[in-house]
Design a protein around this ligand. Structure first.
Ligand code: TXA
Ligand code: MG
Length: 341
């Protein structure tokens, strides 16, 4: 079965497929998600199978109204209501305690909490409303690969494994939503995203940024944090902001194989690059860089003769925290160092 591409005028058919228990990938403002009816346990199980995702990693429940959250959350604390008002629809996922038994353990990975997200993407809100049920959606990539920011990325990873993809062109933000845990007395950011710590604190006051490294034997608060992520087939290294790009350029010229370079336009334009450099522009600022990061890593994944990829590191504040979090994971924490001669 070839995966079907639904156009924006075919949302009715895509919603019918969701109601029938099929998997349909959907756009959001961050990345594409792999959708299934959150209330259909068999369909949700197929999401894990299609992605090759470990079953202890819970899924985000995408909603199109606060009433949908009320169906499954034990309670919505005041802080959550304020944040929903400020940032929904948008790139903030909120974890709340679950109304016991209201969703299957397959959705929650056996936790007593659920993650809710109200995406800022009208076609997907229409899809949820037409299906009449919330839609679970992990990022629609093969587990471990960079998240998909176009319908073609989804097709590349999941063709033949899912029923369809609702195509809304490239996503705007490019990195996944901020995951905020409000199920505990002290709110904590489990994954940084486009809604920044400062923005959240301006609404509910001081919060933790809980991004400690998690070993495979610990149970992390966001189970997804313990797995390798966003990794293309070749090694990635971060070029720190203070690095002299002239020496990076000179180092590449000495390499026997091709080297991928992902950097902002200002840097790419400042040098003449050797023939073995394959360049990919991250655009002009942190917002462009975030929206191009995964697409760039996937671009190099398909260039079989590129032996390594160097990616520009940015200041890790604001949206830069999300960009650097994803880049660090795809590089496995590795930084480029100019060799001393
Ligand atoms: O932008 C996004 O959030 C995208 C789009 C499709 O909405 N979705 C996404 O889903 O990135 P996924 O499954 O790739 O990442 C969800 C993260 C995982 O790290 C997971 O462990 C965590 O959220 N998570 C989900 N439910 C949780 C819960 N109840 N408690 C703690 N962490 C949870
Ligand atoms: Mg993911």
């Amino acid at each position: 079965m070839e995966t079907r591409i639904f156009k924006l005028n075919e949302i009715d058919q895509a919603a019918q497929a969701i109601k029938d228990g099929q998997l349909v990938a959907f756009p959001t403002e961050t990345v594409y998600g792999l959708g299934a009816d959150a209330t259909n346990e068999a369909a949700v199980k197929n999401v894990y199978l299609a992605k090759g995702r470990p079953s202890d990693n819970p899924l985000i429940v995408h909603v199109a109204s606060i009433e949908m959250v009320e169906r499954y959350a034990a309670e919505i604390p005041n802080s959550a209501r304020q944040l929903m008002k400020a940032f929904w629809p948008g790139s903030l996922t909120i974890i709340l305690k679950i109304k016991p038994g209201s969703l299957s353990k397959t959705v929650t990975g056996g936790l007593e909490t659920v993650a809710f997200r109200y995406p800022d993407c009208q076609p997907t809100l229409d899809l949820i409303l037409k299906a009449g049920v919330p839609i679970v959606g992990p990022s629609a990539n093969t587990s471990g690969k960079p998240s998909p920011t176009t319908a073609q990325h989804v097709f590349h990873d999941l063709n033949g494994k899912i029923f369809g993809i609702l195509d809304n062109g490239p996503t705007r933000v490019g990195v996944e939503s901020t995951v905020l845990d409000l199920s505990t007395p002290q709110p904590a950011i489990l994954r940084p995203g486009a809604v920044t710590k400062a923005q959240i604190e301006s609404v509910i006051g001081s919060i933790d940024l809980d991004q400690h490294h998690v070993g495979t034997n610990e149970t992390p608060k966001a189970p997804g944090m313990k797995y390798r992520h966003y990794a293309p087939g070749v090694p990635v290294a971060i070029v720190d902001p203070q690095t002299n790009w002239q020496s990076v350029n000179a180092w590449i010229e000495e390499q026997p194989s091709k080297v991928g370079v992902m950097a902002e336009k200002q840097i790419l334009d400042a040098f003449s690059w050797p023939d073995n450099a394959v360049i990919y522009s991250l655009g002009e600022d942190v917002s462009d860089a975030s929206s191009h990061l995964f697409a760039g890593l996937r671009f190099f994944d398909d260039q079989k003769d590129v032996a390594s990829i160097l990616v520009q590191g940015l200041d890790a504040t604001g949206l830069g925290a999300a960009y650097m979090n994803r880049l660090n994971k795809s590089a496995g924490g590795k930084h480029f160092e100019v060799p001393v001669k």
